[in-house]
Write a protein that binds this ligand. Structure first.
Ligand SMILES: *Cc1c(COP(=O)(O)O)cnc(C)c1O
Length: 342
């Protein structure tokens, strides 16, 4: 399968800054998007019927426990607004997804975070930080920008120890790249105290189509749905996503290509003496000795036509996050970093 050259429209640089897929979507999804003639003239199905049925079939979940959104960001925002407000806190860890803080500002709630030693979510630190005001505990698994993975049994331990008034939200935007967990979190959905979000933007290569979904008990879904735009996912996007999730072979190919390229990138940066944590995503977090060395690497990468993501906003000004690309692009990345270090 040929990789994409992910150049952005306004520049010639490879964008390795947003974790978009370097590999194309399923041909069936592309066909659905190309067949947009009537699809674009008509309002979409507000109940996402075919898409929900496809997700339900693949994941073994009842369709009434699923909602679809204009990307999983819409769903995360709606969940945070539905279940937290002024005076409430949402607990996350220091390097968890930045959008949660934005969603909390919209909701009027406050995001608090606990340290992530070695770039890993610390379940005990989260549990220690729970207060009466805590309404939501948020974990991205695998994490962004860290790429690290919390074993599902740790999440089950977290959920079991959390008080009933706290909702656990697990963001699995990179779930397709993580070890298969056989749906061990689905019984938590059934209990009504846990929400899992997923995205078509990463492994399915449909970031621009804006489709995400979440699994949550039907009683919670009813509350969240009140906050969604009824026509939130276009007809073409619903069809493309349904086609994509049913093309298991294509997903497997993308995940395997991503894993091989990620190993090349991760081994390459480690060989340069940079202690990249083990990633279970389509990107690698690259920690440099200090912020200055990191900026020098970023500048060299840009001069070689590669945009990486700097992470000062996370308090990680010594790190770059680099999306996995095809082997020739990774070789360019590795020599640019090497040059910047010498
Ligand atoms: C990319 C990403 C998302 C997905 O966003 P979409 O709205 O589905 O495109 C959600 N969470 C994390 C941690 C991400 O990195």
């Amino acid at each position: 399968m040929a990789a994409y050259a992910l150049t952005d429209l306004d520049s010639d640089a490879f964008s390795l800054a947003q974790n978009e897929s370097f590999w194309p979507p399923s041909p069936a999804a592309l066909a659905a998007l190309a067949d947009g003639h009537t699809a674009h003239a008509l309002y979409p199905d507000p109940d996402w019927t075919a898409l929900r049925a496809a997700i339900a079939g693949v994941h073994g979940l009842p369709p009434d426990h699923l909602l679809c959104g204009s990307g999983s960001m819409e769903l995360l925002g709606a969940v945070i607004r539905a279940f937290s407000g002024p005076g409430d806190t949402v607990l996350a860890s220091d390097y968890s997804y930045a959008y949660v803080a934005t969603a909390c500002r919209h909701a009027g709630s406050e995001r608090l975070s606990v340290p992530e030693p070695d770039y890993r979510v610390d379940v005990d630190a989260l549990l220690d930080a729970v207060r009466d005001t805590t309404r939501i505990v948020f974990v991205a698994n695998p994490g962004n920008p860290t790429g690290t993975h919390v074993p599902p049994r740790e999440l089950i331990r977290l959920r079991s120890a959390l008080p009933d008034h706290v909702l656990l939200v697990v963001d699995e935007a990179y779930g397709e790249f993580a070890p298969a967990d056989g749906g061990v979190l689905w019984p938590l959905i059934e209990r009504g105290d846990t929400v899992v979000t997923r995205s078509f933007s990463k492994a399915y290569a449909l970031a621009g189509a804006r489709v995400g979904w979440c699994a949550l008990h039907a009683s919670l879904a009813a509350e969240v749905r009140k906050l969604l735009n009824p026509n939130n996912v276009s007809r073409a996007s619903q069809r493309a996503a349904a086609a994509a999730i049913q093309d298991a072979n294509h997903l497997e190919t993308v995940v395997a290509a991503t894993r091989a390229a990620r190993t090349q990138l991760c081994d390459g940066v480690r060989a340069l003496g940079l202690a990249a944590p083990e990633s279970h995503t389509n990107f690698v977090l690259v920690p440099f000795a200090d912020a200055q060395t990191c900026t020098r690497a970023d500048t060299t990468l840009r001069s070689c036509g590669v945009q990486a993501r700097s992470l000062g906003g996370y308090g990680l000004s010594h790190c770059l996050r680099i999306t996995v690309a095809d082997p020739p692009t990774i070789s360019t990345v590795l020599s640019a970093i090497e040059d910047s270090l010498s």
